[in-house]
Design a protein around this ligand. Structure first.
Ligand SMILES: Nc1ncnc2c1ncn2[C@@H]1O[C@H](COP(=O)(O)OP(=O)(O)OP(=O)(O)O)[C@@H](O)[C@H]1O
Ligand SMILES: [Mg+2]
Length: 305
């Protein structure tokens, strides 16, 4: 396969915990695979739920080099290749327990970038670097240091049609690197009142990230998740459709089959069960294909593993 194309990248994000980021990300990746796309699934969450769910616990507990080193040490960035694990439906860049240190390290890197970029300050970048593990001021040149995942992915760009990134349940540097690398977000939200604040924070966070880095973040849509037939669900669906009136709002109902597939380490597309929600994930995958220019005409050109 050619190595000169850029993968379509989407970060599945919402700082609120338990909204279904991991479930949605795995099943969207499964649906894209079902449509014949080659997918790399990136687990950017230090909790490693997706990594563990996909049955890759060894990778999560692996000794260095790990995803942490690839993100925080520019000399090891191209070792990303060594970390990728093949899985039934997609390749996986697994999380690792060391990613728990990444927030601290990426914060220092970002501070160094700001200090180096600000002629007014006399803070010594190497003093900041001494607080970190891998970070080196010489390797940081821009106004921010949020491009580390973008750079790591650039090394494996040609091998995938899509990179789907599962992000942690908080807004910090790790999530920022995921959104920066993808510049497209898919937002899972529960249909309950607490989602309103989470969505408001998300909108603020995107504006802050765009302001800091100069990128434009495109919303692919919202996935109202674990939807049931209560008044609260209906009101929240109306609210989501109002706030995201220019974007698709897909509805995924509460289904034990989604939990079962996850426990079996796969998407619902790789199980024997027929799950009615499969159509929703296929709709999302079709919308992605349309947005990124994968037409049914070129479906036959995509090479399967
Ligand atoms: N549509 C659904 N129907 C039934 N259960 C669901 C559905 N979506 C998610 N779940 C379950 O809800 C729980 C939380 O989902 P998930 O782990 O995907 O959320 P998350 O946003 O990734 O969580 P975190 O913020 O911890 O990363 C899991 O037990 C998952 O199996
Ligand atoms: Mg998760």
């Amino acid at each position: 396969m050619s190595t000169d194309k850029r993968s379509a990248r989407v970060c599945v994000t919402n700082a609120k915990g338990g909204t279904g980021k991991t479930t949605i990300a795995i099943n969207v990746a499964g649906a894209l695979n079902e449509r014949g796309r080659d997918v790399l699934f990136v687990d950017l969450d230090p909790q490693g739920n997706a990594t563990e769910g996909l049955g890759l616990l060894d990778a999560y507990d692996k000794e260095p080099p790990t995803f942490f080193d690839v993100l925080t040490d520019h000399r090891q960035r191209d070792r990303v290749n060594e970390l990728i694990v093949e899985h039934e439906e997609m390749d996986v860049l697994p999380s690792n327990i060391d990613l728990l240190q990444a927030e601290h390290e990426l914060t220092i890197a970002d501070l160094i970038a700001r200090v180096k970029h600000d002629p007014e300050t006399d803070i010594d970048p190497s003093a900041l670097a001494s607080l970190g593990i891998n970070v080196t001021p010489e390797a940081i040149s821009g106004a921010h240091a949020l491009d580390v995942l973008d750079e790591a992915l650039a090394g494996i760009e040609g091998e995938y049609d899509y990179v789907i990134i599962d992000s942690p349940p908080f807004y910090g540097k790790l999530t920022d690197t995921g959104i920066y690398a993808s510049q497209h977000i898919l937002v899972p939200a529960l249909t309950e009142a607490t989602s309103e604040r989470a969505i408001e924070l998300l909108i603020d966070q995107m504006a802050a990230l765009e302001g800091q880095t100069g990128i434009t973040v495109e919303t692919m849509g919202v996935v109202a998740n674990r939807v049931e037939k209560t008044n609260e669900d209906r009101m929240m669906l109306d609210w989501l459709n109002e706030v995201f009136d220019e974007f698709p709002v897909w509805e995924v109902r509460k289904r034990v089959a989604l939990q079962r597939a996850f426990k079996d380490g796969k998407s619902i597309f790789a199980t024997d069960e027929t799950v009615d929600m499969a159509d929703v994930f296929l709709d999302i995958a079709a919308a992605f294909d349309e947005r990124f220019g994968f037409t049914s005409e070129n479906e036959h050109e995509v090479t399967h593993d």
